[in-house]
Design a protein around this ligand. Structure first.
Ligand code: PNS
Length: 156
């Protein structure tokens, strides 16, 4: 059985993230979607809120998901604790690749785990959680970027 971990801030989850999670679920038997606390980012939602939003959305998707959070510690320790075979990351372009490559190399160094990069669907290529939050805060239409349930939480 192949177990994947798809980590991220997911603050909030976008259609781009959902695309990567559902594609990963076609490749692996179990996909742990893990909300990871990133101290370099100011969070709009608590990790519990993010987990709840993601779990609700993935209930409707085919695939075997476990939605979880990691508020401290190394991602590789989480991976070991669930016997993960692989990490999955979505890559929108060269900037993402340059950001992700050293993390993939360090994670491989630490426990030997491989990272698989899934190219983002170009439809979602330029969408990021940060931009979605900014557009929402300034009253713009975010319906193309996030599911309705997430848009409502951003507005509320
Ligand atoms: O969605 P993000 O914020 O780009 O995701 C980055 C994340 C959270 C996956 C990364 O910062 C991470 O893995 N953090 C956990 C702490 C850790 O293991 N750091 C060493 C990475 S080599």
């Amino acid at each position: 059985m192949a177990i994947a971990v798809y980590p991220g801030s997911f603050d909030p989850i976008t259609f781009g993230h959902l695309d990567i999670a559902t594609r990963a679920a076609k490749l692996f038997d179990v996909v742990h979607v893990v909300v990871v606390h990133n101290p370099n980012k100011t969070a709009r939602f608590t990790s519990a809120e993010r987990v709840a939003m993601i779990a609700e959305l993935l209930k409707k998707e085919p695939g075997n998901y476990i939605v979880d959070s990691l508020d401290s510690g190394l991602l590789v320790d989480y991976c070991s604790s669930v016997n993960a075979d692989v990490l999955v990351k979505g890559v929108r372009g060269t900037t993402d690749y340059e950001y992700e490559l050293p993390m993939a190399q360090v994670n491989k160094d630490l426990i030997g785990i491989e990272t698989i990069f899934l190219p983002a669907n170009p439809v979602h290529g330029y969408v990021s959680s940060s931009l979605v939050k900014q557009v929402a805060e300034l009253g713009g239409d975010i319906s193309k970027y996030v599911p309705d349930s997430v848009a409502e939480k951003l507005r509320g």
